[in-house]
Design a protein around this ligand. Structure first.
Ligand code: FES
Length: 145
């Protein structure tokens, strides 16, 4: 019997062929978040017009799951309104990838946080109040809380 890979085909696809990698010149919002446990870092760039995310790019220095979740998040939010994008949770991203091994679920938190952090930057740059709650998640040892 063939050995079962811990990652779904979709995770492997987005890891080996990530979508929307790169930077956006003069972005409307940029967010950088890091996972203090593993040291992985994710940077997300947004172009926003009329409250709609018209373009999104990312750079991730991290594990395969972090790259795959970043890639999937960019696909899920492109063309969406900010309000719709904020409904996307890390669990929804993991689900869209066909699931992640439990030990790797924390990597998807990074993608959700990078998006929110970029949106905080967008509102701050415009001098507007941030219309959602934003707090980075905490860690206990090697586990996300
Ligand atoms: Fe660091 Fe996945 S191990 S984000």
């Amino acid at each position: 019997m063939a050995e079962q890979l811990p990652y779904s085909e979709k995770v492997m696809d987005h890891f080996t062929n990530p979508r929307n990698v790169g930077e956006i010149a003069n972005p409307d919002g940029v967010g950088t978040v890091g996972n203090p446990v593993c040291g992985d870092v994710m940077k997300m760039f947004l172009k926003i017009e009329n409250d709609t995310i018209v373009d999104v790019k990312f750079k991730t220095f991290g594990c395969g799951a972090a790259v795959a979740t970043s890639s999937m998040v960019t696909e899920m939010v492109k063309g969406k309104s900010i309000k719709e994008a904020l409904q996307i949770t890390n669990n929804a991203v993991a689900e869209a990838l066909g699931g992640l091994p439990p030990k790797k679920l924390h990597c998807s938190v990074l993608a959700e946080e990078a998006l929110r952090s970029a949106l905080v930057d967008y509102y701050t740059k415009k001098g507007l109040a941030v219309p959602f709650e934003y707090k980075k998640h905490a860690h206990q040892g090697e586990t996300c809380l």
